[in-house]
Design a protein around this ligand. Structure first.
Ligand code: GLP
Length: 244
């Protein structure tokens, strides 16, 4: 059973998730974090920045690994997840730049890039806390629904639904969203000592229900989280509206 906390609004859910993280950092200042991108995370990162400004969040000794990155975009491209992270978090808190890890979507050899990322993650000792979102189709990071899932970092082909969900970064044109992404596999996510699943909004209600209450299946990668001993789902009322 995944522990579930429901808040009255998306902003409150984001603040609650940020508070959980601040607490974990106080207990372990050199925390290794897995970080997601996406619309859901915008208020979450805003809440972290606010906590930092209030002197209640210190990331000086923390290390971060982003879950995924779009293929073909250089880190300097403003549509890349690296740029998203710089905008929403990295430039606004006291994380050391050398402690932030985002896969390079423009790497010429994606296998070498994935191997490099895996080595760095292993050297850091794996993730202490993975903050994850869920795609409307049940993906976690870019582990898309499939008959089988990858353990390690790999290149994933994005489903049209996922490209549509990412269209905001591309002026609303989903066909401009890259067809491939580099992503952590389920191994790194499920290997995290703690997982915080953040989901908000009515469009996530059905998939949240399957992920939390349904059978475990690779057709809904987020359902695999049920097999992990320490997951908390932080939801707003809309995302929780279909839960039993
Ligand atoms: C994106 C990311 C995921 C994220 C999910 C939800 O494409 N790769 O890590 O959790 O899809 O995104 P959103 O918050 O925009 O709904």
């Amino acid at each position: 059973m995944i522990r579930t906390v429901v808040h009255s609004s998306a902003a409150r859910a984001a603040r609650a998730a940020a508070n959980l993280l601040a607490e974990a950092l106080r207990a372990k200042p050199d925390l290794v974090l897995g970080l997601p991108t996406g619309q859901t995370t915008v208020p979450f990162y805003r809440a972290l920045v606010d906590l930092h400004a209030a002197g209640r969040l210190d990331l000086r000794r923390a290390t971060t690994f982003n879950l995924d990155e779009l293929v073909g975009l250089a880190p300097s491209d403003r549509r890349s997840y690296r740029a998203f992270m710089e905008r929403h978090l990295f430039s606004r808190v006291n994380l050391r730049p050398s402690h932030t890890h985002v896969l390079n979507g423009a790497a010429r050899d994606w296998r070498a890039e994935a191997a490099r990322f895996e080595r760095e993650l292993a050297r850091a000792g794996g993730l202490d806390v993975a903050i994850v979102g869920v795609g409307v189709n049940g993906h976690v990071a870019f582990n898309e629904p499939a008959r089988s899932l990858h353990v390690g970092t790999h290149r994933a082909r994005l489903h049209p639904a996922t490209r549509r969900a990412n269209a905001a970064l591309f002026g609303g044109r989903w066909r401009d969203v890259p067809e491939y992404a580099l992503t952590m596999g389920m191994g790194a996510v499920l290997g995290a000592r703690e997982i915080v699943l953040l989901a908000t909004g009515r469009e996530k209600a059905a998939i949240v229900r399957h992920a939390l209450d349904g059978r475990i299946t690779t057709a809904v990668p987020a359902s695999l989280l049920q097999a992990h001993p320490r997951v908390v789902a932080v939801l707003d009322r809309a995302a929780a509206s279909k839960l039993r």
